[in-house]
Structure formats: C-alpha cells, structure tokens
Design a binder for this molecule. Sequence first.
Ligand SMILES: Nc1ncnc2c1ncn2[C@@H]1O[C@H](COP(=O)(O)OP(=O)(O)OP(=O)(O)O)[C@@H](O)[C@H]1O
Ligand SMILES: [Mg+2]
Length: 314
Amino acid sequence: MESIRCEGLSKRYGRAVAVDDLDLAVEANQVYGFLGPNGSGKTTTMRMLLGLIRPTAGRAWLNGRLLPDPDGLAEVGAMIEEPALHPWMSGRRSLEVLALSGPPLSPGTTAIGSVLETVGLASVADRKVKTYSQGMRQRLALAVALMRSPSLVLLDEPMNGMDPAGIREFRTTVRSLADSGTTVFLSSHQLAEVEHVCDRVAVLKSGRLVVEGKLSDLMTLVVRAVVAPGDQREACELLRDCFSLRTEGPDALLVQCGDGHAVNEILGRGGVWAHQIRVERSGLEDAFFELTGETPEPGAGTGHPEVLDATDSC
Ligand SMILES: Nc1ncnc2c1ncn2[C@@H]1O[C@H](COP(=O)(O)OP(=O)(O)OP(=O)(O)O)[C@@H](O)[C@H]1O
Ligand SMILES: [Mg+2]
C-alpha cells in the first residue's frame, strides 16, 4: 500500500521552478526522509500534498486517493508551519481547543493526554504556551499533527530548534509511530538528523529529484588504509587510477571501494605497506554533498572526515 504517490508533480512561480516533474512513491509504515538543501522544494512539495497550494502540473495521491480530496486529508496529520496557538493557553488546553474546532475526533483517536506523553510534553502540559521554548513548541506542533491518529504524517523540518536530547527522543517517537502503522514523511536539510531514523530517502536539488532509495543502499562503503606518513602521497598515486579517494590526516586514505583486499594488493604491489586496512560505511552525508554540490557547514555533520579533493591533497 502506498501512502504517497506523485507523478510529474511541478510548481512554478512565474519563471522560477520550485518543484520540477517530481515522481515519488512512499510505501506505508515507513519513515521516509525528504532531503535537500535550502530552497530545493521540500516545503513546496509538502504544501502541494496537503492541498495548501495547487500544483502547476502533475498529480498526487495520498493513501490511494487522488488529490484534492478533503476526506483523504482527514487521515493525514501535518506539521508544516507553526500552528496558530494562543500563547496564553496551556499546551493541553491548546490541543483540547483544536480537537473541538476541527472535525470530530474519531473513535479510537489517541487521547490528548497520551499524545502529550508521546511527544514528551506531559510534564509541562499545563504551562502556558508562551513559556515554552522553541523545542517545546515544535513538540506541541507535533502533538497537533498526531492528535487525530493519522495514518500518514507530513513533518516539515520537525527537528528545528530541538536540542540533541530532544532530537534523540524525537527519533524514537518517529520510529515507534512507523512501527505502529503510521507512515512518517519528514523533511530535513540536516542529514545527521535523518540518517538514523529513515528507511528510505529522496534527495531534491533545485526542485528535481536527484536520488531515491533505501538508506542502506545509499551509504557507500569505503576502505580506510593507514600508511606511514611519508608513504601517503605515493599510496594516493597508486590508488587514484582505480578508485576515488581522499586523504585524512597525514597517514590515512579513504578509498571509495568495498574491497579491502584489492586496496591492499595495489598498495603492496607498489611497495607501500599498509599499517591498517578497514572497510567502513561512509555516511549519507558524503553522498548528499556529492549529489547536491552543497558545501558542509563548519562543525556540521556526523563526525565523518572532512572531504578533500584527492587531486589537491595527493
Ligand atoms: N510563494 C512563493 N513565491 C515565489 N517563490 C517561491 C514561493 N514559495 C517558494 N518559492 C521558491 O521555491 C523554491 C523552493 O522553496 P521551498 O520553500 O519549497 O524550499 P525548501 O526545500 O523547503 O527550503 P528550506 O530548506 O529553506 O525550507 C525556492 O527557490 C523558493 O524561493
Ligand atoms: Mg522548507
């Protein structure tokens, strides 16, 4: 069963193309990451899926229903813009008011107390929203999205403003939502945030889909070879004809290849003896930067080595 399908979905603003001929299929009960740098079209796509803006071209289905379909939207929760909440009400009261103002909560709908528990706001539920931090407001927005026990939730940059502990908890929440049958479609430009939680991802660049797939397939294997510092340049010369590579520090090379023996053999035949050869999985982050051409922000990332151009460094 597909939760989301888009065919040729496009949005133009005058001559500017925000979303360009997007084809996407999101299977149910998974966490799907919708990635891309600023301005790549993530929010625009979500707004089209939610019927907030009209596509210039293309079609989309939510839970098998061709959009626009108001009944279909009733099964969808969204956190796309900050919900308009009264700052003087408590978090709990805000949800109660929203529950009364929208369509009636269907039987079996998660009680408000339990949603507050799910998003980690139970202990501050009776405080006024104006006293909430940004991270708490994000959680309340998530509670609004989850209030009607949707089968699909669209979350636009849900982890913005959350602290590392909040992000960890959020990932657990998202995972358990998917495990209990809710499809989660979440956007992010921070790969480290989604790497640990998504089953599949799509990466957008300038409105176009540049890659889509299972996260494990997109993460590439690299061989880390450690050589004597004086040998690093020569090791690069030997390996660069066969593989993409980059250096790390004075003595290590990261070779884009999953075969440690092959790397060791080329080095050995060239008379360079490796102190250590290890196959590692390189983060999605590297793949993302290659795909989108984005430059990593200083200090950002998953702790993966700085990417160096082998031709500069060797
Ligand atoms: N109402 C609008 N009028 C004109 N251009 C728009 C409008 N909304 C979005 N755009 C443009 O469409 C492109 C995609 O914007 P969008 O907000 O979808 O990107 P995004 O991937 O969500 O970015 P971010 O990571 O910054 O949230 C951008 O170039 C943006 O300037
Ligand atoms: Mg956006």
